[in-house]
Design a protein around this ligand. Structure first.
Ligand code: ATP
Length: 572
């Protein structure tokens, strides 16, 4: 995992080494001050050489100026490194998540994904910057300070250094507990985000049912769990800080007493004593740094683990290695012995055989839950079939590039999803970069022209989140306009008009009829009136395709379709 973590540094090798070098110089220069003080006390003060003292101070001033510059570089560039890595990881994760299949999204909460893309990566970025740099600097400073202390007074240095193994033990002890706490914090944070996403996304339902209190309770349960997880984490941080602080102050006290003893009894020079005390304080800095890294490390690593977990989730629908690109398909569709189920052994479709000619309009009818939508969603490979083959124009859809395949299929759903942008952006989603003329032409063909003309901002009107500011009919028209612009050879109309009033439905049906001209069209419908003119009607039940033919043929046949027809329109 560490190797994978460090692979993200690769593009920033130069930045990393620059930041690292500056940090090392900074750490080394930190050691100069105690040495200089010792030198002034031991050598310059007894000589009474005022000029040299001023010169030594001038050198120190220069060092401080350099340190200030280095500090800026280490703080700004070091964070830049962390942010760059965080940004790269976020980009890669987003790209990867977009490739994951419907099956993945069926089983994943959006809030959890948002958590991965935001909080987790922020923590990883922090560790990416502070982790290696601070640990190395801390080690360098510790070794440097210890080396000088050894040189000045070996016995005292060794006695002071005894604290290090204790601190290491403490660090390891707290690290284990903090990793657990960080994991819990992340899970709770992700659940928390998922809950907010769910409640805010469904706020209209929440308010319509006047269930705010109920939602408040659920939210608060999450909120309290999150609070508890944070408290555990802070408790550990507090303990870690306090115990380290106590240990360090005890060492300070020890150095003061032992140093005084060495001065009084063993003739240690006063300057060495002061240098020793100052070095002990410098000595604590890296220990504090290590502590800070240890605190953020579990969070970063827990976040990175989740990141890797998601990055390693293979998209179960992907381009095969030899997938081919096809400019434009005609739309000759063939299902051969197709078997599919969503979960476990249960099959929604079993041995489906179906041929649809290019340009044909077929309508799927049948009881709810029989698998009409499923049958159609296998065509753009939203789900991978388990058995059999589906081909278009003789190409097995698995051999086509997903992009080619999906560019050839347009879907208009009952529940139109619009992005929270303008009408222009939403129509242009059908063909990114389309000109205003092309967008307006599509809008005209979808009979959206007069509506757009009536808006003060025209195409620039913002539709609100999920198109909340538009009526159902307007959203449908917008989806149709998008499809005119996309101009796919194959169309899937999933109960596209069943939620509309009769008049709007009739108008939209007309637009849809125009849209389907010259395209292979698969209509999933409950309202039989809208599909009477289909070239073929296919009845899907839990037993698969049980009847097919033209409307009149099926009514005359007296089977399921004729019974459905009778239920909706009465006996013919
Ligand atoms: N994403 C999914 N994950 C798991 N099961 C699903 C999923 N989508 C549909 N199903 C199940 O598959 C079966 C077929 O559903 P499908 O939506 O294809 O039926 P349908 O004939 O289109 O129904 P309707 O006319 O009510 O829309 C149902 O039992 C449904 O519960």
């Amino acid at each position: 995992m560490l190797r994978r973590f460090f692979s993200y540094y690769k593009p920033y090798k130069r930045l990393f080494f620059l930041d690292f070098t500056c940090a090392v110089i900074l750490a080394v220069l930190e050691l100069v001050f105690p040495l200089a003080v010792g030198y002034v006390i031991n050598t310059l003060l007894p000589d009474g050489n005022w000029g040299l003292i001023i010169s030594a101070c001038a050198v120190l001033l220069l060092i401080y100026v350099i340190n200030t510059l280095l500090n800026y570089i280490v703080t700004y560039w070091g964070h830049m490194l962390g942010i760059n890595i965080e940004t790269d990881m976020r980009r890669r994760l987003f790209e990867h998540v977009q490739k994951l299949s419907f099956r993945f999204f069926d089983n994943t909460k959006t809030g959890h994904l948002i958590s991965r893309l935001t909080n987790d990566l922020f923590e990883i970025g922090e560790v990416a910057h502070h982790g290696p740099e601070d640990m190395f600097i801390a080690a360098m400073t510790l070794i440097g300070a210890f080396g000088i202390m050894l040189f000045i007074q070996p016995e005292l240095a060794i006695m002071t250094f005894i604290i290090v193994p204790i601190i290491i033990w403490l660090v390891l002890y707290f690290n284990g507990r903090m990793t657990k706490a960080a994991n819990r914090l992340f899970t709770d944070m992700a659940d928390f985000n998922a809950r907010v996403e769910d409640t805010v996304g469904g706020i209209r339902v929440v308010q319509a049912f006047a269930n705010q209190k109920h939602e408040g309770k659920l939210f608060n349960a999450n909120n309290l769990r999150f609070r508890e997880a944070k408290l555990i984490s802070y408790k550990l941080i507090g303990l870690n800080h306090s115990i380290s602080y106590l240990l360090m102050r005890l060492v300070s006290l020890f150095v003061l007493i032992a140093g005084a003893y060495y001065v009084l009894r063993k003739g240690m020079p006063h300057g060495d004593f002061v240098t020793f005390v100052l070095l002990t304080n410098i000595f604590f800095k890296p220990i504090e740094k290590i502590n800070a890294v240890i605190e953020s490390y579990p969070k970063g690593i827990a976040g990175f683990k989740r990141y890797i977990e998601l990055m390693d989730t293979e998209p179960d629908v992907a381009d095969s290695p030899h997938a081919i690109e096809v400019e434009r398909l005609h739309g000759d569709i063939r299902y051969h012995n197709v078997t599919f189920g969503y979960e476990g052994e249960a099959k929604v479709l079993n041995g489906i055989n179906l041929s649809i000619r290019a340009g044909e309009t077929v309508a799927f009818v049948g009881p709810s839950g029989a698998g009409k939508t499923t049958l159609c969603s296998l065509l753009p490979r939203f789900y991978e079939i388990e058995g059999g083959t589906i081909s278009i124009d003789g190409y097995n859809i698995r051999d086509l590039k997903l992009e080619s395949l999906r560019k050839s299929i347009g879907i208009v759903q009952q529940d139109v999803f619009l992005f929270a942008g303008t009408i222009r952006e939403n129509i242009a989603y059908g063909k990114l970069g389309a000109s205003d003329e092309a967008i307006m032409e599509a809008a005209r063909r979808a009979r959206l022209e007069s509506f757009i003309a009536s808006l003060p901002n025209g195409l620039d009107t913002v539709v609100g989140e999920r198109g909340v500011k538009l009526s159902g009919g307007q959203k449908q028209r917008l989806a149709i306009a998008r499809m005119f612009l996309k101009n796919p050879p194959i169309l899937i109309l999933d109960e596209a008009t069943s939620a509309l009033d009769t008049e709007t439905e009739a108008a939209i049906q007309q637009s849809l009829a125009e849209l389907s001209v010259g395209r292979t069209t698969l209509v999933i419908a409950h309202r039989l009136a809208t599909i009477k003119n289909a070239d073929r009607i296919i009845v899907v039940t839990e037993n698969g395709i049980t009847e097919q033919g033209r409307h009149e043929e099926l009514v005359a046949a007296g089977g399921i379709y004729s019974r459905l027809h009778e239920a909706q329109f009465g006996r013919a």
